[in-house]
Design a protein around this ligand. Structure first.
Ligand code: SAM
Length: 180
C-alpha cells in the first residue's frame, strides 16, 4: 500500500493561502462547503477547520486507502475515490494539491501515487479540470497546485489567477485560483 504523503512545501503553500482566503469567504457565507481531492495527511482539512469551516461542511477523498483511514481517524468526512468518482453535491471551495510530476522510473512505487501525475505530469490534473466544474457551486473557487515541471496542463475555459509561486531547489511551484 502507498505511504501517506507527508506535508511538504506544496502543502504549506496551499495551507498558508487557505488561511488567508477561507475567513474572507466565511464572512460572505458562514455555511461554505469545502472539498479536498487527495487529502493525504489531512493538513488542508485541519486548515479548513481552524479557519472556521464547520466540520460537517468539510469533505475529502483520497485514492489511497491509508490516507482515507488516517483522515477518518482524525474525525473528518473522508472516502476512497478516484478524483470525483464517489463525490456528489456541490462545494464552495475545492482544493487539490495533486500528483504533478512527470513519470520518473526511479521514483519508488510507494510515493508515486502522491507525486506522479502521468507521463507529462498533467494527466491527473487535466482529468480533475474537466470534472471539477460539475461539483462547484455558483461563484465557487478552486485552489490548485502545479509545478514548472508539469507539462501539458489544459486549463480550458477556467478563469485562472496565479495567486503565488515559490522557488524550490529543482522547480517552481504555483498556486492557482480557478473560477468558471
Ligand atoms: C501531493 S499529495 C497532497 C496531500 C495533501 N493534500 C497535502 O497537501 O499535503 C497528493 C494526494 O493526492 C492523492 N491522489 C493521487 N491521485 C488521486 C486521485 N486520482 N484521486 C484522489 N486522490 C488522489 C494521493 O494519494 C495523495 O494523498
Amino acid at each position: 500500500m502507498s505511504e501517506i504523503y507527508q506535508p511538504a512545501e506544496d502543502s504549506y503553500l496551499l495551507s498558508e493561502n487557505l488561511k488567508k482566503f477561507l475567513p474572507k469567504l466565511l464572512k460572505k457565507n458562514s455555511n461554505a462547503k469545502f472539498l479536498e481531492i487527495g487529502c493525504g495527511s489531512g493538513i488542508q482539512l485541519q486548515t479548513a477547520l481552524e479557519s472556521g469551516i464547520k466540520k460537517q461542511n468539510i469533505f475529502s477523498v483520497d485514492i489511497n486507502k491509508k490516507a482515507v483511514q488516517h483522515c477518518k481517524k482524525l474525525d473528518f468526512n473522508c472516502i476512497q475515490s478516484n478524483l470525483f468518482e464517489k463525490v456528489s453535491g456541490k462545494y464552495s471551495v475545492i482544493v487539490f494539491n495533486p500528483p504533478y510530476l512527470p513519470e520518473d522510473k526511479n521514483e519508488p512505487k510507494d510515493s508515486q501515487l502522491a507525486t506522479t501525475g502521468g507521463k507529462k505530469g498533467s494527466e491527473i490534473i487535466n482529468k480533475f479540470l474537466k470534472q471539477a466544474k460539475n461539483y462547484l457551486e455558483k461563484g465557487g473557487k478552486i485552489f490548485l497546485i502545479t509545478s514548472s515541471l508539469t507539462k501539458g496542463i489544459k486549463f480550458g475555459n477556467w478563469k485562472k489567477t496565479l495567486l503565488t509561486k515559490r522557488k524550490l531547489f529543482f522547480e517552481e511551484i504555483y498556486l492557482w485560483k480557478l473560477e468558471i
